[in-house]
Structures are given as structure tokens and as C-alpha cells.
Design a protein. Structure first.
Length: 58
């Protein structure tokens, strides 16, 4: 597995933590590109304690 693919997989996991949706991605031979959608409505419903927990899990 290339380092680009490994990095992409890690970012996919992180996206769920931070209320992001990955709408598109491209894996090249030495890098990758990700298009993100920020779900601000979900983020607005979080309490401060939830945000602290999510950041510590990261």
C-alpha cells in the first residue's frame, strides 16, 4: 500500500470525527487530493464537552 493511500485512509477516519464529508478524492503516485464538505449544522449541535472529547480522540 502506498503512503498516499495510507494517508488518505487516515484522513477518511479523521473526517468523520470533525463533521466533514469527503465528496471526492484523487490518488496520484506521490500525493492525493481531497474535496471536503463542512457540515456546519452538525457542528452547531455539539456541546463543548463533546468537542473536547472529539479533539482528544484525534
Amino acid at each position: 500500500m502506498s503512503s498516499s493511500t495510507t494517508g488518505l485512509r487516515q484522513n477518511v477516519k479523521r473526517a468523520g470525527i470533525f463533521s466533514l464529508d469527503i465528496t471526492a478524492f484523487a490518488v496520484m503516485s506521490n500525493n492525493y487530493h481531497i474535496v471536503l464538505y463542512i457540515d456546519s449544522n452538525t457542528g452547531k449541535t455539539w456541546f463543548d464537552t463533546e468537542v473536547i472529547h472529539l479533539v482528544r480522540a484525534f
